[in-house]
Each structure stands twice: as C-alpha cells, then as structure tokens.
Design a protein around this ligand. Structure first.
Ligand code: PBG
Length: 341
C-alpha cells in the first residue's frame, strides 16, 4: 500500500537487511568450523559405540572407534577435540588413583589419537570426577573437597597427559591455584609447549546433567549411601550462577597463573559472563555449550517443536557474538557439515 510521502526518516536500518548479499556484507559475527571444538567420550572395549541416552546422536566410543570418528572430524576441518573418559565404577576410588595409571584408557586414547591424526589438537581434561568414587572433581575428606591435595593429583595427571601427546591441558575442576601449579609441573617435566585452557568461570550448573549420565559421575548418585558424608552438589568449588564480577576475578587469577586460553561454562545462560570475560581477557576465550544446552535443542527438535539446524546455528552464533573465540559443542560435527553446505 502506498503511504504518505511526508516521512523523511534519515536512517533506515532495513536498507542493510534488504537482500541476502547485503546481509552478508553487514554481518558482524562469523561462525566457522575454525571455531568449533568437539567434546568426545571414550570408553573401554573394542569396536563399539554407545549412544548417551540423554544426548541423542552423541556416543561413547571405544578407542578404535574414537580414532575413526576423529578422522571424520578432522576431515570436516574441526581443529580440536576435548576428550573425556568413561571409567568403569570398579576402578573409581576416593583418591582417584586410576587417573595416574600410565597405561589406562585415557592416556592410551590420547596416544592412539595423536598417532592416527596428529594434526588434530587433543584437549585433555584434568579433574578427578571420572575417577572419583564420590563423583567429585576433588578428593573428599570428612565431607569437604580438598583443594591442595586435589592439585597434587592434577599436576601429575597433566604431566601424564602431556607425555601421552596432549596438546592442550584443560583443568575443569575449579580448585584455587591449579593453573599455576599445573604450569610449573608441565614446565618442570619439559612440556613447555603444552598449553593450558583453563575452565576459568565454571558455574555450579544444572545443565551438566546429561554429561554426568555419560560418565556416570553424578555426585548425588554417588552420595546415595547413607553412611557417606559426601556433598551432593559442587557448590563449594564451582561458581554461584548469580555471580558475574567473580568471573573477572577468576580470569585475572588464571591469566596471572599462566593460562593460555580461558573458558566460560555453560554458555547460553551465561552470555553476559562470556562478554565480560572477553572484555578483560588478552587471551582467546572459549565457551562450553554444555550437554544440557544440547539436550534441550535435541529434545525439542525430536518433538517437532524446534528446527534443530536453525536453532543450533543460531545458538552458536549468539555465543560467538557474546565474545567467544571458540566453542566446545556437541553440535560440532553437524555444524561443520551445515556450514560446508
Ligand atoms: C567435570 C566436567 C563436567 C563437564 C565437563 N567437565 C561436569 C561437572 O562439572 O559436573 C560438563 C560438560 C557438559 O555438561 O557438557 N569436571
């Protein structure tokens, strides 16, 4: 319908939205496969993969299958994977000793990956939860998570991972002082080239549920035995979801201790934190689009309520726009395929 010619808006933002090509030119945020890190679960055995029930299309792979899968991810142009081990319950102990066994599932997986696909960066996780019979990232004594005793173990874990070929060590535990302690341990062992990606602002989030299913590492399950004095949540070490300033304090500590990259986790409920951390950081910022964020989109898509591809790409773009340089996401493989179309 023709309208009055009296209007004389000096600025019409819609001019830059008129066509697909002008939108491409005006676009502020890029999402590419360069920005994607694929988390991977490894389990014992051979020739098998198991779907994580609460994470459709995400699998625990045995080492041989993981290597095949890593080749696919590498061929798709994904620069890195973040590796997590599913350790059988009978190998879990209160002191998580199995984490330091030089010949167990995790270092064996790192070696196999670096052997077969050396170009693919392997990010390893140093935290005790996959190995801890109490389901915590640290050692529990008298109902309390022990900061410094946990760091003693993590330093050795980091060196073991670097020896197996890990490119990047990622402490996901939130113990105080662990970045500096791990840096020193790596350097003392001659691994000056192993980088540290710190889980700098990791929140005590309810969105980790499906991940804890994948590794059978939920503290509330482990704490079921009435004789045990085990905290059911991670609130004494992971951050309070209500806090934003504190993320900057954690960032400054991690930078001071020598973190090469820093991370905010989860991503979508914490976009403001990603932005804040990015504003104060002089190193690359990662964000972890966690298992619960993935499960929500998957479940809605399975019900026909959301368009999976469109919503996943929108979420990843939003995380980039907030300030993340790289994103750990279970959508990495699909997103790499979608972005190549
Ligand atoms: C534990 C760890 C967790 C995740 C990564 N490392 C869970 C937790 O802190 O309980 C969660 C990742 C996800 O939910 O995708 N160190």
């Amino acid at each position: 319908m023709a309208s009055s010619t009296d209007y004389n808006f000096p600025t019409r933002p819609r001019r830059l939205r008129k066509t697909r090509n002008i939108r491409r030119m005006a676009r502020e945020t890029r999402l590419s496969t360069d920005h994607l890190i694929a988390p991977q679960f490894v389990m014992a055995g051979e020739g098998e993969r198991e779907e994580v029930p609460s994470m459709p299309d995400t699998y625990r792979h045995t080492i041989d299958r993981l290597v095949d899968h890593a080749e696919t991810l590498h061929d798709l142009g994904i620069p890195a994977i973040a590796l997590f081990p599913a350790i059988p319950d009978q190998l879990k102990t209160p002191d998580a000793e199995h984490a330091l066994n030089p010949d167990h599932l995790y270092p064996n997986a790192i070696r196999a990956l670096k052997d077969a696909v050396p170009d693919l960066m392997v990010i390893t996780d140093t935290a005790l939860d996959p190995y801890n019979s109490d389901g915590h990232d640290g050692i529990v004594r008298d109902g309390e998570i022990q900061n410094d005793a946990t760091i003693d173990v993590m330093r050795e874990m980091a060196v073991l991972h670097a020896e197996a070929g890990a490119d990047i060590i990622a402490p996901s535990d939130m113990m105080d002082g662990r970045v500096g302690a791990i840096r020193t341990a790596l350097d003392d062992a001659g691994h000056t080239d192993a980088a540290i990606l710190s889980y700098t602002a990791k929140y005590s989030s309810n969105y980790y549920g499906p991940f804890r299913d994948a590794l059978d590492s939920a503290p509330e399950d482990k704490a079921e035995a009435p004789t045990k004095d085990i905290p059911k949540d991670k609130d004494t070490y992971q951050m309070d979801p209500a806090n934003g300033e504190e993320a900057v304090r954690e960032l400054l500590l991690d930078l001071d201790e020598g973190a090469d990259m820093v991370m905010v986790k989860p991503a979508l409920p914490y976009l403001d934190v990603i932005h804040r951390v990015q504003q104060h950081s002089d190193v690359p910022v990662a964000a972890y689009n966690v298992s619960g964020e993935y499960a929500m989109i998957k479940a809605a898509a399975q019900n026909g309520w959301l368009d999976e591809k469109a919503c996943a790409l929108e979420a990843l773009t939003g995380i980039r726009r907030a300030g993340a340089d790289v994103i750990l996401t279970y959508f990495a493989e699909d997103a790499a395929r979608w972005l190549a179309q």
